[in-house]
Write a protein that binds this ligand. Structure first.
Ligand SMILES: CC(C)(COP(=O)(O)OP(=O)(O)OC[C@H]1O[C@@H](n2cnc3c(N)ncnc32)[C@H](O)[C@@H]1OP(=O)(O)O)[C@@H](O)C(=O)NCCC(=O)NCCS
Length: 294
């Protein structure tokens, strides 16, 4: 925990003082070095090793689980992203539900003068595991040009339903609300609160004290060859400068809503959606949000 806190503060300093293009080069180098180091020095992890770690972290048959992840930080994984996805599916079984972020950058089409979101084709930037999952057969995807989720399992169709009609990406009547109501287990693999998107649920569920959303804008959605216009909102760009989700790490620990386990070379953070959102609501009542941080 202390080690990862120090790494985070170093990252924050790099972000502040190093130009963006240089940051990208540094990140690529770090990634390559990490991959080579894992290949040479660490044990190769197979699906069964991953299943063992997931079970130890409390994953069970029939669970509903939402996963934000970094494949590279786990170590050297035999069969890569597929092994991680299969490990989840084999434990939760056919009545469980596996959910992963298929978030995407807004894609502006100059010809049509509009953002375009293609449910089948628009790729996600949330990593190799969700991108591999998104492309699997029978995986459903919700319609949101910025914060779409993918799901597989018994309630997948029900889960992804209605995102396109929501007031904002994190609305209670869309997939994010279901993560809360269905009390999904949140698995953060090798990532921290920066990747814990359900933390935005309170921005819809409460009288949130900070203005976070833009006005609605039009998006052309292409779904199975059919086109339709939907209206969406996104986060205000100006929030980036004073947003620090990792202030939540200490609250998650002191409120006892997060457990940290190990998976290969990295940490596995586990939260229950209801406990986590209730903690976030309490913080909002105390006027503590991720946007106040300096
Ligand atoms: C950005 C992010 C995905 C980068 O993590 P990463 O581990 O570097 O990248 P991925 O998860 O895509 O994994 C691919 C990397 O794993 C490594 N890799 C490749 N094969 C591998 C294997 N068999 N076993 C282990 N690692 C492997 C490589 O370094 C590869 O990078 P490359 O594609 O550039 O070669 C991660 O830091 C993150 O933030 N994840 C959460 C995203 C999210 O959910 N965000 C929500 C809020 S916006």
């Amino acid at each position: 925990m202390e080690k990862s806190r120090q790494a985070r503060s170093l990252k924050e300093r790099i972000k502040k003082y190093v130009p963006f293009l240089a940051q990208i080069q540094i990140y690529k180098l770090v990634k390559k070095t990490r991959f080579l180091r894992h290949k040479i020095s660490s044990k190769i992890l197979g699906k069964e090793d991953i299943k063992k770690a997931f079970r130890q972290a409390g994953l069970k048959k029939n669970d509903i689980v939402v996963v934000h992840s970094s494949l590279g930080r786990i170590g050297h994984v035999k069969n890569g992203a597929d092994a991680v996805i299969d490990a989840f599916l084999e434990i939760i079984g056919k009545n469980g539900l596996l959910i992963m972020p298929a978030f995407s950058a807004l894609n502006y089409d100059k010809k049509r003068k509009m953002h375009v979101f293609d449910v089948k084709k628009t790729p996600t930037y949330t990593g190799a595991i969700p991108e591999t999952f998104r492309k699997r057969e029978n995986v459903k995807r919700s319609i949101s040009p910025t914060h779409s989720y993918c799901a597989f399992g018994r309630r997948a169709s029900e889960f992804v339903r209605n995102h396109e009609n929501c007031d904002n990406p994190f609305a209670m009547n869309g997939p994010f609300g279901k993560i809360y109501r269905w009390n999904a287990k949140i698995f953060l693999i090798g990532v921290d609160q920066l990747a814990n998107t359900p933390l935005h649920i309170v921005e819809d569920k409460t009288e949130f004290p900070v203005k976070v959303f833009t006005d609605k804008f039009k998006v052309l959605v292409i779904d199975d060859g059919k086109e339709k216009i939907v209206k969406a909102r996104k986060h205000l760009d100006s929030l980036r400068r004073h947003r620090d989700p990792n202030i939540l790490e200490k609250y998650c620990m002191s409120y006892g809503v997060m457990k940290i386990h190990r998976l290969g070379s990295t940490e596995l953070r586990i939260l229950n959606a209801k406990d986590f959102v209730h903690m976030m609501e309490e913080l909002v009542r105390k006027n503590i949000t991720i946007y106040h941080a300096k």
